[in-house]
Ligand binder design. Sequence first.
Ligand code: AMP
Length: 535
Amino acid sequence: MELRADGSRPGLWTGFLRSAKLFPDRPAVVAQGTSLSYRQLREVAVRIAACIQAHREGSSTPLTAVFAHRGATAFAGVLGSLLAGNGYVPLNRTFPVERTRSMLVRSECRSIIVDAESLPQMDALMAGVDEPLLVIAPGLENPRPYRERWPLHIIVGAADLDGYADWREPDAREDAIAYLLFTSGSTGVPKGVMVAHRNVAAYVDHAAERFAVTELDIVSQTFDMTFDLSASDMFVAWERGACVCCPSQKTLINPGRFIRDQGLTVWFSVPSMVALMKQSGLLKPGGFPSLRLSLFCGEPLPVASVAAWAMAAPNSVVENLYGPTELTIACTGYRWDPKRAPLEAEMGIVPIGAPFPGMNVLVVDEHLNEVGPGADGELLMSGPQMSLGYWKDPEKTAAAFVVPPGRKEMFYRTGDRVRRPAGDGPLTHLGRMDSQVKILGHRVELGEVEAVVREASGVDGVVAIGWPVTSSGYGGIEVLIEGGPVDLDRLRAAVAARLPDYMVPRRWHVRSRLPRNANGKYDRKAMPAVLGDSQ
Ligand code: AMP
């Protein structure tokens, strides 16, 4: 087994346990207005872990679901799953229950940690779960009614949890899944990306050094746990004894106040958040003096956004990070330099920089042959952060994880179009090769939206597009339907019951004929011209 830089094993919990020893009384998490010290968070997480271990039968599954949002239970749940020796599967109560249930059932989790605010969804969620589940609800005072309603399942409430003290630190298996994260799938079904302990350890080791995190840092947590960038906030902070500061959804409406009130030192968000803050007049000169580091990732970063941010956060270094979930959080980075960066930017977008240690870059043409320096192509990457592939989907794994001609190593096909640097310049991001789009940082396969609309409407001719264009991606999704007639109110409700909010089309257009290209295929590029004003 390859040990980490500090000689520890690659189990994702080891950094937290070390910090809990070194800094037991420092805050590990601030969420829902309360602060939990490392000692307190460790205590709850260890109880959850002991409970999972006590109920493990023949260790049939290595995964635990965490159905909790922006609160202490979410953080303790993630740690508790890992300390039990399981990977975690983040679920999100802002998604439709049907989608959450499909993730729970497909991941074959036999245990789930639920926070008090997600409990009201549990009846609907459990309706389709036929295998016995261990339900750990640290905020549940009276489990009796739940036990009566769900006799198949074991329900552990707040008082029961206190009884679990017998915890054993698990063996770190570096290839075991640390988290399984479902992301949009082009054929209509979300894909589960399996990220191993060694993948996250490689990222965390580099990131903690690169960002020079210390126990004095206060790190933002703007991402939901269903977005892998949240793992960076937690594990990089806990690696060094820093504090993760998690705003509620409501607090996030005014991120500027959150930065000032909490005295954040490290900020991490999608670039869209900067654009929104700029539009709302929240970026005032010198407004965020406490920030020493600002990280952006998840979508193209406009030069104009950095300029506005740098003015508001004058003491902060700015980094543009790039990476798909399949390559673990972020795998290239570019440090903003006000003199050099505008010259290296293309089309007003900040370069994505250079690969992280051990990661290899290959820029290829459609036959997967390397293109020449200065030419465009698809970005392929390999190295220690390359994930294990898609959960129970060898076909999709084989399509995305490939050995290019003349190479021995496997590479992940990112689907991103980049320019191969000439000389020692940075990599620049030029767009996507496929129909994946970003909606305020959320990854959406337009094919998934189309599949769901097709199924719900019974109409074959469906095209979804990102619209309107924003500086970093798209503001939302619009859908065009060929033929009809369709009952749009019914269709909208049926689609909203299956897709998270950001994937639900904002406007629907029914046309007798949609534009096609010379091959008779729908011409996506021509679609915006026919949008008009329809609903
Ligand atoms: P996700 O798996 O949700 O993290 O989405 C990964 C995709 O987001 C990448 O394949 C890119 O298309 C896009 N992306 C992430 N970071 C950047 C960035 N810094 N610049 C441009 N695109 C990015």
